[in-house]
Design a protein around this ligand. Structure first.
Ligand SMILES: [Zn+2]
Length: 562
């Protein structure tokens, strides 16, 4: 099979009026920065626009955005952004897209839009919001949209059905099938079945837990373990969770109330989101249960509950600062810390560092490794197979997952009888056309990682990130070469300034003859351009460092005329 040509969207094969084009710009082959673009009759519809969080090998990167370069000259064609739910990996990149075209209508449920609005206020953007509910229908250009309730680890999630002349597409968003959710709002399988009866031509399905056997257990199953923490904790209880996990935090509030404790929220996003959730009625607490941190300080330790962010080991979040003694809340002997969250792959080291830090300070740390304090927000094998059998889709594209998750989900679709050539494993940028009831990959657009680094977006490249890693791991060598322009040879030196090395000066002595030889070689070939001399110095120094120091430092050459 030849790999498809990567090209901007405008260069792709023409799309017939009765065909639908789908391009995922993020979320395929990775967990995060979900963004799917639908194209029909010249109009575009964006479903989700999230961020991906950097890993330890991406130092200094704040977040990673989907790459919408291919859309840049089509921004005017976007009829709407539909948000399936309020998680950062689904809404986090919206401010950046709206920065390019602020008047794109954003469609979503009440809680989703309220979380987004709070974020947009920080970016000083006033968006055009369109609130929808489960069961609601809405037309945007050539797209007829219908919204269905789904249950997930944040309230108010929606699946979206997209009807066009090309047929019916069902996009699950993130979902699971908790049969006893705290808000009694279950995934609308009756709606899924009704669409199945109508005929789902393409089913886009959450893959996050497609390799996890069985069924995802109910959020309510955590109550005994959370209850036990509050029953036995001798002093303060400090809970860390996602700032959006309203139902998990509801369970914490309930247990705190039962055991006569007060609760304060700590950390900007936690205070903001829980304030919104309370205001909108998604989180309920008896009067006086929630207090501010100043009030809490005046209470005895065994009446105190703190709820904070940082359950993924984020270095700047409250929990990490408590673990390393950099927070005003001083964690100590007898405190109980409850990490009521998942452990996202890639964050393990950071999270265990925090668990160790807290333990060393005398805290008892309760986490998913030693107690049942977390259930996933995603459908496992059992639920996914149910869905396939209920929906009976003609074509399937697994979404939201790393390669292994997409493959596992594709296998589930096959096991329920979807035809082999109708189950497509696609990557970011792959172009899928649905035409005459048949989905196929017809091309690809170019996509990269777009890094947000401080105030810059997309300025930091893969190359400069590699350099940043090298700086961190292998240090930097500045080589100052004073060159006699008449001979082209070193007039003296070279001077070497090393940063990030423990070697003494003598370690660099063997570099001088190497550079002398390099410059003599250049002089012989009449190479005099400073840029070329610098390149040769870098190459020679790098190869010397590999052998002499067993390191690959960043080399900064400075050529000065004697
Ligand atoms: Zn989610």
């Amino acid at each position: 099979m030849t790999s498809p040509v990567r090209s901007p969207m405008a260069d792709l094969p023409a799309l017939p009026d009765d065909a639908l084009r789908i391009v995922a710009l993020g979320g395929l082959g990775e967990i995060g920065r979900n963004m799917t673009v639908f194209e029909h009759q010249g109009a575009l519809l964006v479903v989700d626009c999230g961020v991906l969080f950097p890993e330890e090998h991406q130092p200094g990167v704040d977040v990673i955005l989907p790459d919408w370069t291919a859309l840049r000259d089509r921004l005017a064609d976007i009829t709407a952004i539909v948000l399936t739910h309020g998680h950062e990996d689904h809404i986090g990149a919206v401010p950046y897209l709206l920065a390019e075209r602020p008047d794109i209508p954003v469609i979503g449920s009440r809680l989703t839009l309220s979380f987004l609005s709070a974020k947009l206020t920080e970016h000083r953007i006033t968006p055009a919001l369109v609130e929808v509910r489960e069961g609601g229908k809405l037309d945007r250009g050539p797209f007829s949209l219908e919204f269905l309730a789904v249950n997930h680890s944040i309230p108010d999630g929606l699946a979206v059905a997209v009807r066009t002349r090309a047929g019916l597409v069902l996009h699950t968003g993130d979902f699971k099938m908790d049969q006893f959710p705290l808000d009694k709002r279950i995934t609308d399988l009756r709606g899924f079945a009704r669409l199945g009866e109508e005929g789902v031509d393409l089913f886009l399905v959450d893959s996050t837990n497609a390799d996890v056997p069985g069924f995802t257990t109910s959020e309510r199953d955590l109550a005994p373990a959370i209850e036990a923490v509050f029953r036995t904790a001798p002093r303060r209880v400090i809970v860390s969770s996602f700032a959006s996990h309203v139902h998990r935090i509801q369970q914490v509030l309930d247990a705190a109330h039962t055991h006569g404790r007060k609760v304060a929220f700590v950390g900007r996003s936690m205070v903001r989101n829980m304030g919104l959730a309370c205001e909108l009625g998604y989180l309920t607490a008896p009067d006086g249960l929630i207090v501010d941190t100043q009030t809490l300080e005046r209470l005895p330790d065994n009446k105190v509950t703190l709820v904070c962010t940082g359950s993924q080991g984020e270095p700047m979040a409250a929990l990490a600062r408590m673990a390393s003694g950099r927070h005003t809340i001083n964690v100590g002997d007898g405190d109980t810390v409850l990490l009521a969250s998942s452990l996202i792959p890639g964050n393990e080291n950071a999270v265990y560092r925090i668990i160790n830090g807290l333990t060393a300070r005398g805290a008892n740390v309760v986490h998913k490794g030693n107690a049942k304090v977390h259930v996933s927000g995603h459908a496992s094998v059992g639920e996914l197979v149910y869905c396939y059998n209920i929906v009976r889709p003609s074509n399937v594209v697994p979404i939201h997952g790393e390669a292994r998750h997409l493959k596992a989900n594709a296998d589930l679709a096959l096991s329920t009888g979807v035809a082999r050539d109708r189950v497509l494993i696609a990557g970011n940028g792959d172009v899928i056309d649905l035409h005459d009831g048949h989905a196929a990959i017809t091309g690809a657009v170019e996509v990269h990682e777009v890094y947000v680094d401080g105030h810059t977006v997309g300025v930091l490249t893969e190359d400069s990130l590699a350099e940043r890693r090298a700086l961190g791991q292998d240090g930097v060598l500045t080589v100052i070469a004073l060159i006699d322009r008449d001979t082209g040879l070193l007039a003296e030196g070279p001077d070497v300034i090393a940063r990030g090395f423990v070697h003494d000066e003598s370690a660099f002595e063997s570099l001088a003859p190497v550079l002398e030889k390099t410059l003599a070689g250049a002089a012989e070939r009449a190479v005099t351009a400073t840029a070329e001399l610098e390149r040769r110095i870098v190459r020679a120094t790098e190869s010397w460092a590999r052998k002499a120091l067993r390191r690959q430092p960043v080399v900064v050459p400075v050529v000065i005329d004697a």
